[in-house]
Design a binder for this molecule. Structure first.
Ligand code: SF4
Length: 333
């Protein structure tokens, strides 16, 4: 297992069992607070320990490409088996930094409007491979305010690793980040939503509704065949009953598919009884996919309809779209 996958206790037991416990804590502090990526960066260790440590490279992956657009950044990261994932830093107008992390190499869900969905699934990421994405961003761009699991992959399909990542970053000996600073985004896996609610309802939840029409949804999101909207709605209600927070309903806007007045009405119906906000995201162009981006008039018209039906909505502006780091574009390299 990778060093970056370990809890403090695991680190002690598996790599430093013959050393006093504080050595593992020093390693963690070097990793999480002092940008260490190699054992020689742990200056507080005696030279003999550094020389004999079994895993001199503390990281298993490396950055192979950095793309920037204004303050937004996309990193292409090569894993130990030469597979690649992408991770994105989003910076808002108040300079708040959000890490958008990947949870899988590729994705099995096959959403028809998403680049990653065209790749298929290669494998799950290990905890350390997710932590390293976070640390690459933190080490290069400073303290991160929030983390969203909205990169490549369906996070509920690798939920144990995602939850352990949240626990590791929340440990008071690492970065002590509250679960409220994390959001898991799912395309709508009923069992996954319930599992998040059971694990920790303080973790934020975003659900890619896209369309609230249960006949159209499976056509563009194959996972909807096994996860119909009424079941998803009861899982979302379960999350909120367990103490969960306001849910974000993500809506990639696809002209001619989900932007009619009737579509807006159905969103309002789906939202009844939920505490939610709809986040409308004009579809970002991906070569080879049979969609187009909506025009400003189409977006305004759909927003007006949502407002007429009482849907609380925010509009996400295209960030990082020219570096293919925006929603649905990851996987272009
Ligand atoms: Fe997978 Fe998310 Fe893309 Fe759907 S939108 S294919 S769940 S990465």
């Amino acid at each position: 297992m990778m060093l970056t996958s370990y809890t403090l206790e695991e680190l002690h037991q598996k790599t430093l069992a013959d050393q006093p416990k504080f050595r593992a804590k020093q390693l963690w502090q070097a990793l999480y607070h002092h940008k260490a990526t190699h054992v020689n960066d742990i200056h507080v260790w005696p030279a003999a320990l550094r020389e004999n440590f079994s895993q001199p490279n503390l990281f298993s992956s490396k950055i192979v490409k950095t793309l920037t657009e204004d303050k937004q950044v996309k990193l292409v990261i090569e894993l130990h088996d030469q597979r690649r994932v992408e991770t994105v830093l989003l910076v808002d107008k108040n300079d708040r930094k959000t890490a958008c992390l990947s949870s899988q190499v590729g994705c099995a869900m096959g959403c028809t409007f998403c680049k990653t969905g065209t790749l298929g699934l290669t494998r799950n990421l290990e905890v350390g491979e997710i932590i390293e994405q976070f640390l690459f961003l933190q080490n290069n761009y400073g303290t991160l305010d929030n983390v969203v699991f909205m990169g490549m992959g369906e996070p509920t399909a690798n939920l144990l690793a995602v939850l352990k990542t949240i626990r590791l970053l929340g440990d008071k000996e690492s970065l002590h980040m509250s679960p409220r600073r994390f959001t898991i985004s799912t395309c709508g896996i009923t069992s996954g939503i319930r599992a998040i609610a059971d694990a920790n309802p303080q973790i934020g939840l975003a659900f890619s509704l896209v369309t609230a029409n249960d006949e159209k949804r499976p056509i563009i999101m194959p996972s909807a065949k096994k996860n119909p909207l009424p079941e998803l709605k009861s899982a979302l209600l379960y999350y909120q009953q367990k103490g969960g927070r306001r849910i974000t309903l993500e809506m990639a806007l696809l002209p001619d598919y989900n932007m009619s007045k009737e579509d807006a009405r159905k969103v309002a119906q789906f939202g009844e009884g939920l505490e939610y906000i709809a986040n409308i995201i004009p579809w970002n162009p991906v070569a080879g996919l049979p969609y187009r981006s909506p025009t400003q008039e189409e977006i305004d018209q759909f927003s007006d309809w949502l407002e007429d039906f009482g849907v609380p909505a925010t509009r996400r502006y295209r960030r990082a779209s020219t570096i293919a780091g925006a929603c649905g574009q990851l996987g272009e390299g």
